[in-house]
Every structure is written in structure tokens, then in C-alpha cells.
Design a protein around this ligand. Structure first.
Ligand code: SF4
Ligand SMILES: [Zn+2]
Length: 375
């Protein structure tokens, strides 16, 4: 195209910035409302949900099926048994997903690590595969256990057989990271075993890469396969976990690492939170707890078609009440029951509402939905 200006083209009309002459007008209040954390959160979650369906990966929206006691996922190995027990039995989660961390992790892998690995691989006439599946069984004295999962990128040969395996993690900062996390080492061990079986070659090394979300720098560690660690520590953990599941026994509240409780989505049900609950089983909503994020609540209700909302949650999410049903309030003292609509708990600043029936004789009974065991 010539650089000469075409004087016959009409000049574009530029809108006057004076809002009185513009057909578009935003009220500051409306804009502020649109930019509320809640509205943005809903929009983001809805968009992600739709994208997962469009991309053929609806399982990223959360699975509603309970996984077999014998089955283990490499990324869950060697963590707090109780947390993984709750997670695999679909106990209702108390925190939203750390979406920002997930988003950054996948961007970091796609935008930086994949192109970088491709450049490295091409120097040796090798290729990069986004991920490889492993699915294998191992005999233990608790019976056969299954390990199934998907690796991060791997450098592969032109027959698509793995040559080198990578596990990419991001952290807020990598300053002070001097060694890889033990459960990440367990995770790559599970992949090394799976890939060695699948391709009938010895994969005995992997690289764990930590990327910094603060300054995009990386730190890497080569992990050599350690038979003793695999058999004595990792398989032992998997075997013990399968036993908890088979015996339907709630594991003790003993996290494997100091940081686990702080990020755990079952703090209240476990007893490490600020409310009165402890050692709750995996089923049921905590009777007066209102902190469940909406999407986690819906996932729980879909996973447990016989369950209903507690009255506390029905007042917080009235539009879910009709669809899923609501348990009644019950008085801790006189046992009188009330429908959820009869008692509005919202004036109580988080305290339980009291029973109108017995509130004039001695200390009144408190109202709550049924206990987790009763649900
Ligand atoms: S709060 Fe701590 S001990 Fe309890 S399940 Fe979570 S990680 Fe485990
Ligand atoms: Zn009462």
C-alpha cells in the first residue's frame, strides 16, 4: 500500500469526549458495581466453566464421582492423609480454587516453558510433548493399587518416546528455595515408574522446575530415581491411604508439612479452623457454617444428590434453595423443628439463632441444621 495519503477517504468521525454529546453513558455507580469483586468472580468462574466444556475438558470443572480407594493421582501423593481423604470423597470445600495461581501456572508453562523446551530439544533433534499419561498398578500388602495421571512436558524422540521428563511448578517467589518439595519428588517418581513401564525403557531422572510468579526467574533440580524412597515412603503412603479408604476410617489430623493446614480447604471440618467443628466425616455440610463458596457448594450438592442445603446456607443462597431443597432448623434444647424460612439467621452476626419456643425459660436453645452425620 502506498504511503501517500488518500485524500478521497472520508476522515473518521471522532466522538466528542463531552458525555452530553455521546450516546454512550456510564454512571460511576453502575461501573463500580460492575467492578465489584463478586461480579467479576462470577463472570470469571462462568467463563472458565464454559471454556472447559467448549474445550472438551469438563472434568476441570470438578468431578462429581468418588474415586476408587485403590486409585492414586501422582500430584496427591505424600500429602496430609485426611485432606486427600476429604478431597477424594468429595467433602464440601470451604475455599474457592486459587484460580490466579492455576491461571499463572498454565500460562507460565504454555508461554515460556514449552517454547523454551522446544528450542532446547531442537538442538538435539528431539521434540517436546505437552504431556504423557501414565496408568499402572502395583501389588502391595494392602492389595493392588493403581496410579494414574498426566505428566508435564517431556522431551521425546521422533517416535514420541520420552527422553527427559519435566515437572513445572510456580511459586510466589523462588528466593530461598534450596531443594524441591518432597511431594513433588514423589510425584515425579510416580511418573518415572509409569513411563518406564509404558515405554519399556529406564527413565530414572526427571527435572523439577520452579518458576517465580514475582520475577519469572526459574530454579531447577535434577531428581534421580531413588528405589528406597519410592518403595518405603511413597508406596507406603499410598498403601496406608488405601487402607483408610477401605476401612472408611477418617485419617488423623496430622499434616505432612507445616504449610498444609493454612492452604487446606477442609480446615473447619477437620478442626483446624476457627469454628467449633472437629473430626467431621467426609459427608455433610457443617450445620451452621456459611463460608462455602457457591461453586463448591453446587459441586457438593451435585456429587451428593440426596443432600440438601442447611438453613444457614439457604438464607445465603436462596436461589439454590428451590433446586436442591433445604433441611429444617432444629432446636438444641427442645428439639422443635422450624422450616428454614421461619427463622432468619442474618441478624445474628454469625451466632446461631435462638429458639423462639424455649427462649423464655432459662437459656434458650440454639438453632442449626442437622449434624453432618444426620445429613
Ligand atoms: S486442616 Fe491440616 S490436618 Fe486438617 S485436613 Fe487440612 S491439612 Fe490435614
Ligand atoms: Zn427450643
Amino acid at each position: 500500500m502506498s504511503e501517500d495519503t488518500d485524500h478521497t477517504t472520508p476522515s473518521p468521525v471522532i466522538n466528542d469526549l463531552d458525555s452530553s454529546t455521546s450516546s454512550v453513558s456510564f454512571e460511576a455507580d453502575e461501573l463500580l458495581q460492575a467492578f465489584s469483586g463478586e461480579r467479576f468472580g462470577e463472570w470469571y468462574r462462568e467463563r472458565k466453566y464454559r471454556q472447559n466444556i467448549e474445550n472438551g475438558t469438563p472434568y476441570f470443572n470438578g468431578s462429581t464421582s468418588i474415586s476408587d480407594p485403590e486409585r492414586h493421582t501422582p500430584s496427591q501423593l505424600l500429602q496430609c492423609h485426611r485432606k486427600i481423604f476429604y478431597q477424594r470423597l468429595k467433602a464440601p470445600q470451604e475455599k474457592p480454587d486459587p484460580s490466579g495461581i492455576f491461571w499463572f501456572g498454565s500460562q507460565f508453562e504454555e508461554e515460556f516453558m514449552m517454547p523454551y523446551l522446544r528450542d532446547i530439544a531442537s538442538q538435539e533433534d528431539a521434540y517436546v510433548s505437552n504431556s504423557l499419561w501414565v496408568d499402572y498398578t502395583i501389588d502391595t500388602d494392602a492389595g493392588e493399587i493403581q496410579i494414574k495421571g498426566e505428566t508435564d512436558p517431556a522431551i521425546v524422540n521422533d517416535d514420541a518416546e520420552p527422553l527427559f521428563l519435566f515437572e513445572i511448578k510456580t511459586k510466589r517467589t523462588i528466593e530461598g528455595v534450596t531443594e524441591p518439595n518432597r511431594h513433588h519428588i514423589a510425584q515425579v517418581h510416580a511418573y518415572m515408574v509409569g513411563l518406564s513401564k509404558k515405554y519399556e525403557i529406564a527413565i530414572d531422572q526427571a527435572v523439577i522446575v520452579y518458576g517465580s510468579r514475582t520475577n519469572l526467574s526459574i530454579k531447577s533440580f535434577i531428581i534421580d530415581f531413588d528405589t528406597e524412597f519410592w518403595e518405603e515412603v511413597v508406596l507406603n503412603w499410598a498403601k496406608t491411604h488405601t487402607e483408610y479408604r477401605l476401612q472408611d476410617e477418617l485419617p488423623p489430623s496430622s499434616p505432612e508439612y507445616g504449610w498444609e493446614c493454612q492452604f487446606c480447604s477442609y480446615q473447619e471440618r477437620c478442626g483446624k479452623g476457627s469454628k467449633e467443628y472437629k473430626n467431621s466425616g467426609s459427608a455433610g455440610l457443617l450445620p451452621s457454617y456459611s463460608g462455602y463458596p457457591r461453586e463448591k457448594l453446587v459441586l457438593y450438592l451435585k456429587s451428593n444428590p440426596d443432600s440438601k442445603l442447611t438453613p444457614t446456607l439457604a438464607w445465603k443462597f436462596p436461589n439454590l434453595a428451590e433446586k436442591y431443597g433445604v433441611y429444617d432448623w432444629s432446636c438444641s434444647r427442645c428439639r422443635k423443628m422450624y422450616t428454614w424460612k421461619e427463622i432468619d439467621p442474618r441478624q445474628k452476626n454469625g451466632r446461631r439463632p435462638t429458639c423462639p419456643e424455649c427462649s423464655f425459660v432459662g437459656p434458650p436453645g440454639q438453632l442449626a441444621g442437622p449434624s453432618t452425620a444426620e445429613q
